[in-house]
Design a protein around this ligand. Structure first.
Ligand SMILES: Cc1ncc(COP(=O)(O)O)c(C=O)c1O
Length: 393
């Protein structure tokens, strides 16, 4: 067989989201786009903000020489400086351009971080439910993802995480605001997590790095303020992108930041720069770096997502579903009535409602709704949600 056995098996088990996408395409061909209520993909439905369009025009008009050349693998120094200034303000720890690497989205940043840290056979801890790609990203670099279920509030239990840490644990990945649950971690929570990591690192005589994946950081609704991992724990890295908050996932631009006091910081930064190159990214896209350099702190209109969140919560509450109101992201992770997420998702499909079973995020018995969709999709789904719940009562 010509294709790698491992990739064949990954293709087999990968991505419920894609499977739902394909089922959706079939339903849309049969019933027409407007008659299918597609909540399956986290593709922001807002257009990028006006500031982005303006920066595009300005940068497109630039004609100085070398604008499209190779550059230092970490990215343009001037852009990294602007990002560093933003991070210093947002995360409350001063750092400079030397601690920032421009990357090909958050996915690129995570792969760079993991490749820099993992020795073959190392474990990467991760609370579940989680963004499934982590499994593949860890495997890319010879690591093994070790998932630990969260409690009913979707907050990772710090004692449970502590118990899972062993001599082969290289890092803990967290993601907040969380895909798929919308949970936001506070400073108080992160401080306790940092204390645990400090204590366990001492006990196992190995520094456990904390990788925080934060592409939804600006998509929060004011109820819970996101804390700063940089304030909570020195051996931390932040991976993020402009995919979700500027609505530009196709442009593949993000960054990785390394805490200035992280263990072996200089080597870690140089390792990450090397990994950016040898993973084949070489450097983050030049044009997009210049654009986002101008847009620090800018985001799409989050109020629109808040309104959509409130709409979908009303639809689900009205129908009688059990769920935790998400404090951030454009996702909701309700309990599957009847307990079987696959059966529930299939029943919803019969009503032309597309969602993703919780097992696609490592948690059976729940399902994910991505509400970054038109208002008409939310409104049109209300009857179907009600009808399906009645079937499971
Ligand atoms: C939690 C999480 N991390 C990372 C990513 C990847 O983001 P990017 O498109 O910037 O690579 C996503 C995308 O959906 C995500 O949900």
């Amino acid at each position: 067989m010509a294709i790698s056995r491992k990739i064949l098996s990954t293709m087999e088990k990968s991505s419920w989201i894609r499977r739902m996408f394909e089922a959706g395409a079939k339903l849309k061909a049969e019933h027409g786009n407007d008659n299918v209520f597609d909540f399956s993909l986290g593709n922001p439905n807002l257009e990028p903000p006006r500031e982005f369009q303006e920066a595009l025009s300005r940068q497109a008009a630039e004609t100085s020489s070398g604008l499209h050349s190779y550059m230092p693998n970490a990215g343009y120094p001037a852009v990294r400086e602007k990002v560093a200034a933003y991070i210093s303000g947002e995360y409350g720890i001063p750092l400079d351009a030397g601690n920032v690497i421009m990357t090909v989205g958050a996915g690129g940043a995570l792969n760079v971080a993991l490749k820099s840290l993992i020795n073959h056979g190392d474990y990467i801890l991760c609370p579940s439910p989680y963004f499934m790609e982590y499994q593949f990203y860890c495997d890319n670099h010879g690591g093994i993802l070790n998932t630990v279920p969260t409690g009913p509030d979707f907050l990772p239990n710090i004692e449970r995480l502590a118990e899972e840490i062993g001599p082969r644990t290289a890092a803990l990945i967290i993601n907040f605001p969380n895909n798929p649950t919308g949970t936001v971690y506070t400073q108080e929570y992160l401080d306790r997590l940092g204390e645990m990591l400090t204590a366990r690192s001492r006990e196992i005589n190995r520094t456990i790095y904390l990788i925080s994946d934060e592409p939804y950081r600006k998509i929060v609704y004011g109820e819970v303020e996101p804390g700063s991992v940089f304030k909570a724990y020195p051996h931390s890295l932040i991976a993020t992108s402009y995919s979700k908050d500027l609505s530009i996932p196709g442009e593949r631009i993000g960054w990785l930041a390394i805490h200035p006091e992280a263990e072996d910081m200089k080597n870690l930064v140089n390792a990450a720069i090397l990994c950016n190159r040898i993973l084949g990214y070489v450097n983050a896209p030049a044009f997009m770096q210049r654009i986002v350099g101008e847009l620090q702190g800018v985001s799409a209109d989050i109020e629109v997502y808040r309104r959509k969140r409130d709409m979908i919560c009303d639809v689900l509450a009205d129908a009688g579903y059990e769920f935790t109101r998400p404090a951030g992201t454009f996702y909701l992770f309700p309990k599957a009535p009847g307990g079987d997420d696959l059966r529930l998702v299939q029943a919803l499909q019969q009503e032309r409602i597309l969602t993703v079973p919780g097992r696609g995020f490592g948690r059976e018995g729940f399902f994910r709704i991505a509400f970054c969709v038109d208002d008409a999709t939310i409104e049109g789904s209300a009857e179907g949600f009600k009808k399906v719940l009645r079937q499971f009562k």
